[in-house]
Ligand binder design. Structure first.
Ligand SMILES: Nc1ncnc2c1ncn2[C@@H]1O[C@H](COP(=O)(O)OP(=O)(O)OP(=O)(O)O)[C@@H](O)[C@H]1O
Ligand SMILES: [Mg+2]
Length: 243
């Protein structure tokens, strides 16, 4: 399988704070990667570098053979990647349908009819077709996050990045969002998912990486992490989240 995402010698500083320390990581086309690690370890910063929401201080992020630069990153993100955030980030002044058709119409130059059809299909897949005309504030957290995932599905980019998509949800809504992500994972889409939902990781991840203090300290299959993690900090972290 071809490499979809290649991260080479990536460093990121915020002022004097060295947040990503010489990260190398390759994700194959269609691969599902889960990133775990303690708060502040650099997980969000790393995936934000993949669509250039953060600019690397040094090193390279290569998407499908093209290095991201100041010049090409908007076009590359439009073509390749969409992000689902912890806090949903839906536009509050637009309906669900408006949220889903905005980027396809404005950025991808789809016709309104085509964008609407794709949006309705995506909403059906996440079980929310009946909410198309609703405003986000009238939806539950779980529903809002499913809308955010449907929005990412509509643009049909080959990469989807999830940053703790279930951590802001009430516990009873976590599974409905995970179910949508599990379904999405059946497709040939490349997924990087920051999450501590290890059941999800076990079900969909091809590979898990553990980050601490800006570095990848361990990587392996989900089973490896359940059965035989080596790094002491990784073991300690897993003991906390798996309790
Ligand atoms: N825009 C920023 N300016 C300054 N420091 C930042 C910025 N964004 C992140 N940081 C710092 O970089 C470090 C890594 O942050 P990051 O958000 O990547 O961690 P994380 O692993 O995603 O943590 P969490 O699990 O809490 O989401 C933290 O020390 C954080 O305070
Ligand atoms: Mg984070």
């Amino acid at each position: 399988m071809a490499d979809m995402i290649e991260i080479r010698g990536l460093n990121k500083y915020f002022g004097d704070l060295h947040v990503l320390k010489d990260i190398d990581l390759t994700v194959k086309a269609g691969e599902k990667l889960v990133i775990i690690g303690p708060s502040g370890s650099g997980k969000s910063t790393l995936i934000r570098c993949v669509d250039y929401l953060e600019e690397p201080t040094s090193g390279e992020v290569i998407i499908d053979g093209t290095t991201l630069t100041k010049k090409n990153h908007l076009e590359m993100a439009r073509k390749y990647s969409s992000m689902v955030f912890q806090q949903f980030n839906l536009y509050p002044n637009m309906t669900v349908l408006g949220n889903l058709t905005l980027a396809p119409i404005k950025l991808q130059k789809k016709s309104k009819e085509e964008a609407t059809e794709a949006a309705m299909n995506a909403l059906k897949r996440v079980g929310l077709a009946q909410k198309a005309g609703e405003y986000p504030q009238n939806l539950s957290g779980g529903q809002q996050q499913r809308v955010a995932i449907a929005r990412a599905m509509c643009t049909k980019q080959p990469i989807i990045l999830f940053d703790e998509p279930t951590s802001a949800l009430d516990p009873e809504m976590v599974q409905e969002v995970l179910d949508v992500m599990i379904e999405l994972a059946q497709e040939n889409i490349t997924m990087i998912c920051v999450t501590h939902e290890m059941g999800f990781a076990r079900q969909v991840a091809d590979r898990v990486v553990f980050m601490d203090d800006g570095q990848i300290l361990e990587e392996g299959t989900p089973d490896h992490f359940f059965e035989n993690p080596q790094n002491p900090r990784c073991r300690e972290f897993l003991a906390k989240i798996l309790h």
